[in-house]
Design a protein around this ligand. Sequence first.
Ligand code: ADP
Length: 240
Amino acid sequence: MGKKSDTELIIGGIRIDKRLPDQTREIKMKVGNILSANGSAEVSFGNTTALASVHGPRQLFPRHLQESQTGILRVRYNMAPFSVDERKSPGPDRRSTELSKVIRLALEPAVFLDDYPKVTVDGFVEIIQADGSTRVTGINALSLALATAGIPMKDLVAACSVGKINGTLVVDLNGEEDNNSESDVAVAMIPNRNLVTLLQMDGMLTKEELMHLLDLAKKTCKKIYEMQREALLEKYKGEE
Ligand code: ADP
C-alpha cells in the first residue's frame, strides 16, 4: 500500500468488483446475535465481516487497573485464523494490538463511563472474513454492540475507508484495492456532531485530494449511521 501500482484496478471508471468510485460494497448489519453477551452486532462490507460483542459494565480485576472516578473501555481486535486465504497464525500480534487501541480510541469519545467508577466495559471484535477495511468494519460493529448493551452513548460512531487507487479517489477499499492503493485512509465519525474520532492515512495525497476524500468519508459515514439506526430500531421494534 502507499505505492504507485501497475495493477489495473479501475477500467473505464469501474472498479474490479464492478463498483463506482464513490460506492460502498453491500453493507449488512445485524444486532443481538450473541446471547451470552450484554450487546452484540455483526457488520459486513462485502466479504469483510466483523462480529462484535460487549460484556459489562463489570467489576475490573486486578483492582490496581481500576479508575476511581470513571469506568474504562477495553477493546480486543482479533482476526480469525480462517479469515484470510492463507491461514493467519492465531493469537495477538503487533497489528492486532495496534488495531485494538485504534478501535478503542475511535469509540471512547462516544461513551459515557463516568457513572461507572471501578468497572470495565469489554468489547471484542472478531474478524471472521477479511477482505480489506477490517478496522472500520469493526468500529461499526462495536459501536452497535455497545448501544445494544445499553452503554450510555452520546451517539453512534460510524466508520469507513477511503483512498486513492490508479489515481482515482474511492470509497470502501476491498483487500486487493488496499494492497495496491496509492493511499488509504480510515475515518470514524460521530456524524450528527460533525466529530472525527479516527483519521489514519497511509501513502501520499495532496491536500486537495485529502479534503475531497474527507468529504466522501463524511457522506458515507452518514449513510452508515442511518443503517446503524435502522438496525437498532428493527431490533427493538415491538419490544415496548
Ligand atoms: P484494515 O483491514 O483495517 O484495512 P490493514 O490495512 O492492516 O487493515 O489490512 C488490509 C487488509 O489486508 C485486511 O483487511 C486483510 O484483507 C489483509 N490482511 C491483513 N492482515 C493479513 C494477514 N495476516 N494475512 C492475510 N491478509 C491480511
